[in-house]
Design a protein around this ligand. Structure first.
Ligand code: GDP
Ligand code: MG
Length: 439
């Protein structure tokens, strides 16, 4: 993927004491290829490379003690800027209800995202109303009702014989009369952009006067996502984009080029089918994710939301200082389980791209259980002080956990590698953490 390609480019730079113009040129050639392969729009790539080169060849790089890091930093900042710089929030109307109109092609994820958005707003103490304005797709209304039912958000519908414009108008009235502060209109899509679809959407828009017109695009569609965004924007003047299916095997190109080509900020990212799988889109986090620097911030944020805040803070500190013990490992595994799919989480961790590629570090639940058993067979002292483990202790642990000594050795080695990686990461990022160190 894009991340691992860029990592290998930068890996070469990082090891260098001195970076010449040729090095920068070579790295940029590789970056260019990696971006094109990831389906980033070619114009965007061209401009991006030109910007980075200009900055990289400027005074800073040659003078720096860590020229490789400076180049990476420039790429990181430019990528972030390309994706909009900072998180673009949802606008609210000063005359409630705020109307959010969801548009996009069929199958992009409009209905699912409507439900997820209602969920997100509900968590922020808003009172959303979902509106079923897709009267064409079979069972579209039912689909929205099921989602609404999961989160106790009412769904306004007039059945599938009604006119979508009437539905929108009456839904708004209903919201005003019943104290809903946000109205989310789920509209119909087509397999291709056509006039009939656009006309209907324009009519709904004229009646509902949405504060937000969000285009839902499937990130897996790559270049196409950008074309779709461009034509919807021309017709409807979008206020934002939601990228869906970022959990899939997407090459990430859409995320990079949508904002650059259309000028519309990506406001949310959807990474799964579950109702909670929607997050505000943070360009700086996406950039460091793409560059394989991990997404400590969103990992920590996620941890804090679903886990004991104290524990998460402690873990963060330990990771930074590489004071990680086996006990922490156990604790972390428990937390990781609470957080969700391991692969997805690993993607957020620094260096995890490489980690996953290492054959002996395949992530599977069975192996996690084995690791857990090994740690649990250690004494308190051993867990707190990994350096204590000698041959006879390892034998005892193997016996106690029902593993071979080799397996214990392998695990301890992995643990040590992980600690080393954390240490590297924290020194790379500097004492102030990811922000202070790099920016
Ligand atoms: P709509 O036609 O635009 O309303 O699209 P739907 O909301 O019906 O979604 C189409 C399909 O994509 C459904 O099977 C969803 O479960 C799935 N889907 C939507 N968002 C995501 C996502 O972020 N990740 C994954 N993996 N699937 C998604
Ligand atoms: Mg739908």
């Amino acid at each position: 993927g894009l991340a691992s390609r860029l990592q290998s480019v930068f890996g070469k730079l990082r090891g260098k004491g001195k970076v010449t113009e040729d090095d920068v040129n070579e790295a940029m050639r590789e970056v260019r290829l990696a971006l094109l392969e990831a389906d980033v729009n070619f114009k965007v790539v061209k401009e991006f490379i030109a910007n980075v080169k200009e900055k990289a060849l400027g005074q800073e790089v040659a003078k720096s003690f860590t020229p490789g890091m400076v180049v990476i930093d420039i790429v990181n900042k430019e990528l972030t800027a390309l994706m909009g710089g900072s998180n673009a929030r949802l606008e609210r109307s000063n005359r409630p209800p705020t109307v959010i109109m969801m548009v996009g092609l069929q199958g992009a994820g409009k209905t699912t995202t409507s439900g997820k958005l209602a969920r997100l707003l509900q968590k922020q103490n808003h009172k959303p109303l979902l509106v079923a304005a897709d009267v064409y797709r079979p069972a579209a209304i039912k689909q929205l009702q099921v989602l609404g039912g999961q989160i106790n958000v009412p769904v306004f519908t007039l059945g599938d014989n009604a006119n979508p414009v009437d539905i929108a108008a009456q839904a708004l009235q209903h919201a005003k009369e019943n104290g809903f502060d946000t109205v989310i209109i789920d509209t119909a899509g087509r397999l291709h952009i056509d006039e009939a679809l656009m006309d209907e959407l324009k009519n709904i828009r004229d009646i509902a006067k949405p504060t937000e017109t969000l285009l839902v695009v499937d990130a897996m569609t790559g270049q196409d996502a950008v074309n779709v965004a461009q034509s919807f924007n021309e017709q409807l003047t979008l206020t934002g984009v939601v990228l869906t299916k970022l959990d899939g095997d997407t090459r990430g190109g859409a995320a990079i080029s949508v904002k650059a080509v259309t000028g519309c900020p990506i406001k949310f990212a959807a990474m799964g089918e579950k109702i909670d799988a929607l997050e505000p889109f943070h360009p700086e986090r996406m950039a460091s994710r793409i560059l394989g620097m991990g997404d400590m911030l969103s990992l920590i944020e996620k941890a804090q939301a679903s886990i004991d805040a104290e524990k998460a803070k402690d873990l963060e500190r330990k990771m930074r200082n590489a004071e990680f013990t086996f006990d922490d490992f156990l604790e972390q595994m428990e937390q990781v389980r609470k957080l969700g799919p391991l692969d997805q989480l690993l993607d957020m961790l620094p260096g995890a791209g490489q980690l996953k590629e290492m054959k002996n570090l395949k992530v599977d639940e069975k192996q996690m259980a084995r690791m857990e058993a090994i740690v649990k067979s250690m004494t308190k002292e051993e867990r707190a002080n990994p350096d204590l483990l000698n041959v006879s202790r390892k034998k005892r642990i193997a016996l106690g956990s029902g593993n071979s000594v080799q397996e214990v050795n392998r695990f301890v080695k992995q643990f040590e590698d992980m600690r080393k990686m954390m240490k590297q990461f924290s020194s790379m990022m500097g004492p102030k953490g990811p922000k202070g160190g790099l920016k």
